[in-house]
Design a protein around this ligand. Structure first.
Ligand code: NDP
Length: 247
C-alpha cells in the first residue's frame, strides 16, 4: 500500500487506538495530523510523518481552526479518523445531565464536527476515507452505559448517512466497532470498577470475559482494519459498521 503524501487526520492520535493507526498510516508514507488535548502526550507521539496539534473535540471553533491550519500546512485531508471518545458507565437513574452531555459532546458532537470540517477539504480530492471509531456498544445495548451506547449508535448513524449522501463518489465512510481493547481507557475503567469494591483481578476479568474470545484486543488489530480500509481495493466497502470483538 502506498499512502505517500496523503494527509490523514486522527483525533486522539496521541494514545491508544489513534496512535496505533497514526503509526501504521505514517509507515505507509502518509502525513498524519494527530490531535488531542494533552501537549505532552502529543509531543511524545510526534515523529516521522506524524504532526501534533492540540485540539479539544468538543470545541467547534477549535476544530475549525486546527483542521483548517492542518490543511494549510499539509494539503487537503484524504483520510479522516474520528477516534476521540470517552467511556464512562453509569446506570440510568444515576446518569445526570452533566455526564450525559459530556459523553454526547465528546463522542457524537465531536465526531460530527471532525467529519464535517475534514470533508470541506476532502471533497476537493479524488480519493478519501472517513473512518469513525464506534464500539460494540454502537451495535447493541451496554448495561450501565446508556449514554456511551447512545453516542456510539449515533456515530454509526452518521457514517451510514454520509455514505448514502456521497454514494458513487470517491470517498467511503465506515465505522469500526471494537470490543474491549488494551488502551489507557481500559486502565481508567479498571480504576472505576475497583472503586465499586472489586479487586483489580476481578475488574480485569469482567472486561476480558466481555470479549467472546476471552482476551483484550490489541490496538494493532484495530489499526490493521483501518489500514485495510485505506487500501485502494477497499473502495467498495462503504457505510459499514465493522465489528472487531473476538466473536
Ligand atoms: P485512549 O485510551 O487514547 O483514551 C481516550 C483519549 O480521549 C484520552 O487520551 C483523551 O486524550 C482523549 N479525549 C478525551 N476527551 C477529549 C476531548 N474532549 N477532545 C479530544 N480528545 C479527548 O482511547 P482509546 O484508544 O481506548 O479509544 C479510542 C476510541 O475507541 C474512543 O472513541 C473509544 O470510545 C473507542 N473504543 C475503545 C475501546 C477500548 O476498549 N479501548 C472499545 C471500543 C471503542 P487527551 O486527554 O489528551 O485529550
Amino acid at each position: 500500500m502506498n499512502l505517500q503524501g496523503k494527509h490523514a487526520l486522527i483525533t486522539d492520535g496521541g494514545s491508544g487506538i489513534g496512535l496505533a493507526i497514526a503509526q501504521k498510516l505514517a509507515a505507509q508514507g502518509a502525513q498524519v495530523t494527530i490531535t488531542g488535548r494533552r501537549k505532552s502526550v502529543l509531543q511524545a507521539a510526534a515523529g516521522k510523518g506524524i504532526f501534533p496539534a492540540e485540539m479539544d473535540v468538543t470545541d467547534e471553533a477549535a476544530q475549525k481552526e486546527v483542521i483548517a491550519n492542518a490543511v494549510k500546512h499539509r494539503g487537503p485531508i484524504q483520510i479522516c479518523v474520528a477516534n476521540a471518545g470517552i467511556a464512562e458507565g453509569r446506570a440510568l437513574q444515576k446518569t445526570q445531565m452533566e455526564l450525559w452531555r459530556k459523553i454526547i459532546a465528546t463522542n457524537l458532537d465531536g465526531a460530527f464536527i471532525t467529519i464535517r470540517e475534514a470533508m470541506s477539504s476532502m471533497t476537493s480530492t479524488d480519493w478519501g476515507r472517513v473512518i469513525a471509531i464506534s464500539s460494540i456498544a454502537g451495535l447493541r445495548g451496554l448495561k450501565g452505559g446508556g449514554a456511551y451506547a447512545a453516542s456510539k449508535h449515533g456515530v454509526i448513524g452518521l457514517i451510514r448517512s454520509y455514505a448514502a449522501e456521497h454514494l458513487g463518489g470517491p470517498i467511503t465512510f465506515n465505522a469500526i466497532c471494537p470490543g474491549y481493547v488494551q488502551t489507557p481507557i481500559i486502565d481508567q475503567n479498571l480504576e472505576a470498577i475497583q472503586k465499586r469494591g472489586f479487586t483489580q483481578e476481578q475488574a480485569l476479568e469482567m472486561m476480558v470475559s466481555a470479549n467472546p474470545h476471552k482476551r483484550l484486543i490489541e490496538v494493532d488489530e484495530i489499526a490493521e482494519t483501518a489500514l485495510w480500509l485505506c487500501n485502494s481495493a477497499s473502495g467498495s466497502v462503504n457505510g459499514q459498521a465493522i465489528e472487531i470483538s473476538g466473536g
